[in-house]
Design a binder for this molecule. Sequence first.
Ligand SMILES: O=C[C@H](O)[C@H](O)[C@H](O)COP(=O)(O)O
Length: 231
Amino acid sequence: MKTTGGSDDQKRRAAERAADLVSAGETVGLGTGSTAAFAVRALGRKLESGELDGVRGVATSFASRQLARDSEIPLLDLDEVETIDIAIDGADRVDSDGNLIKGGGAAHAREKVVDAAADRFVVVADPSKVAETLDRAVPLEVLPAARTLVSGRVADLGGDPVLRTAERKDGPVVTDNGNLVLDCDFGAVEDPESLADDLSATPGVVEHGLFVGLADEAYVGTEDGVDVRTY
Ligand SMILES: O=C[C@H](O)[C@H](O)[C@H](O)COP(=O)(O)O
């Protein structure tokens, strides 16, 4: 799994503390990325020790499903769940109001479905993800045939869209849903709600990586503990 941002110790502290929030019998949204992976592994260990009987996971990506299987977490398909008790997921940026940019791993479409459905959505992060404003490119998952038109609309909105390419393949990143990703630099996003509305209203955009007003808490791992923020 690709590692980004701060130290693994910071990520692990945040994620393991968040995993402690899960109770026996709960349905848990399993986030994607290097930070959420620590939570998935921690849940697997708790299940193995008998601490979390009846817990079932809902994966947010191919990668999180695979990790959950390796960790022997029983899984429910996303299309069969009606409620999710808690979701634990990473982020690429967390602003002071708990708004997020997600999608560094191109998983934000399914992540948003799961995270938004959860009764409690806990973000796990290291300090490198925390900023006053969302100052990072916003990933858009787009229908392949719509990418040129969507790019034009992004430019009209003041953004600079770049097609995400794969590191170990000649060509673009293709999401778990068979779509492409445009990383759209809008500079610092001063009004995430308004930009999220504009992007949601753009035909061809399957989902954008702005998560506005969805997070209930952020657990930020530090050098010696976990900084808990509630929104
Ligand atoms: O698509 C990927 C997700 O939104 C990740 O949760 C996000 O990119 C953070 O990943 P990481 O914990 O590896 O920095």
